[in-house]
Design a protein around this ligand. Sequence first.
Ligand SMILES: *Cc1c(COP(=O)(O)O)cnc(C)c1O
Length: 392
Amino acid sequence: MVGSVENGGEAVEILPDHFDPTAVVPEPLPKVVESDGELVNGKSNGDREIVLGRNVHTTCLEVTEPEANDDFTGDKDAFMASILARYRKTLLERTKHHLGYPYNLDFDYGALAQLQHFSINNLGDPFIESNYGVHSRQFEVGVLDWFARLWEIEKDEYWGYITNCGTEGNLHGILVGREVFPDGILYASRETHYSVFKAARMYRMECVKVDTLVSGEIDCADFKVKLLAHKDKPAIINVNIGTTVKGAVDDLDLVIQTLEESGFTHDRFYIHCDGALFGLMMPFVKRKAFGSSDFEVYEAPKVSFKKPIGSVSVSGHKFVGCPMPCGVQITRLEHINALSRDVEYLASRDATIMGSRNGHAPIFLWMEKLSPLVLEQRWEVRIVFVLCIISD
Ligand SMILES: *Cc1c(COP(=O)(O)O)cnc(C)c1O
């Protein structure tokens, strides 16, 4: 019976009768507000504004203090269980119909449920064991080695870590660039993810926005004009491997060529590749030509440390699929020594943006068995599917 528990033969009412723990909670759409912040209930008047703190409190689950003489907890446990059951139903329903975010939701990490009782924390440098013993560095470094191989950099020449998200990778990559060139100017195309401009604000860097082509790729003609106007300062460039809205892949080779033609030698620029969206997909993608049944290899310039790039980052929860946000950041070891400091209480090195780091995420990524074959097959299926929709 919903809303009650048996207590020694006596039913204790804990929930109103209308409470259905299996119901899906509809979330109300944010109300439309006018530009002066006034709510216009239920009516659409064009642009919708985001108002801090509004809309959320109507659906929030308040945290309540226990009563002082509260010694019977059975009813509370049942109440909690019903709240969670209802929430789970909502998650199931929303996951089924969720659209618009480039997340892979097709994963099953059931085997890892046994680890959730542990506070696994990889704080500090992945390559230096800290004095916090409950960590998963053995998984983390295994995953990093895989990415180093993918992006063609030797084990003893790279440094990296598993981040909390793609944004953290961008914050780290641009920080490394800034540490290498303290007076460098940051260049990023207008279609660049907002996290890159956030980095510019956080680090108080001069930032130049470069125009894009209709496809969303960086316009190297405009890039050249802007480089030549700031020839006196080193250049730090964010190259997009998949922009968030259009999925545009900047031409890495053309960016490097433009830098060289503008008189920037390799010791005068730093390139960070934001591969949050497609960084893990481009190496495996094969493009199907319209009207043909064969796959032909997609010819986007390869991301490789054999080219003069400084760092690459990806999101782990987008392409790989992971129940918690995470990402991967790889850079050159030579750069990291300038950035890091030894921290005595960790007995480790502080080279990451965050202090405490999720020790579960590396195990999830490791479990995914990032084999090229699996990744390739996954994308073949999706690309064919997308092309079928487009060509219909
Ligand atoms: C999603 C995305 C990011 C940020 O990644 P998060 O994991 O959401 O922090 C950065 N750049 C691009 C191009 C993205 O698509």
